[in-house]
Design a protein around this ligand. Structure first.
Ligand SMILES: [Zn+2]
Length: 110
């Protein structure tokens, strides 16, 4: 098996579960599943660090964590809430907040 072609492989899906206010009007806490689909293999000065698929709501969303040039971290989500409210000011939708409170999945970024 040639090993040198394996430097940028996508890790096999790491899965997290979190209680997130559900899509119904009552916002009943609902188990959402976060599956990591991408994780940067090396520390990079900027660019995408991690990607997750979020399942459990009305749709499947994608959450991305991006490292900015100044070293800050910026979260993106494809849900309507993030698109609508996060456009002009920093806003973390419920999907991002749940992921942030799940601990520090970025231990390798130091
Ligand atoms: Zn969202």
């Amino acid at each position: 098996m040639p090993r040198k072609t394996q430097t940028k492989r996508i890790l096999p899906g790491e899965v997290y579960f979190a209680q997130v206010p559900g899509p119904s009007r009552k916002r009943t806490p609902t188990p959402y599943c976060y599956r990591m689909t991408y994780r940067a293999t090396e520390k990079q000065p900027c660019g995408c660090v991690c990607l997750w698929d979020v399942m459990g709501g009305r749709d499947i969303y994608q959450v991305a964590l991006e490292r900015e040039g100044n070293g800050g971290l910026h979260w993106h989500c494809t849900c309507a809430d993030a698109a609508y409210r996060g456009e002009k000011r920093p806003h973390a939708c419920k999907h991002v907040r749940a992921l942030q409170t799940m601990g520090r999945p970025l231990s390798e970024t130091r």
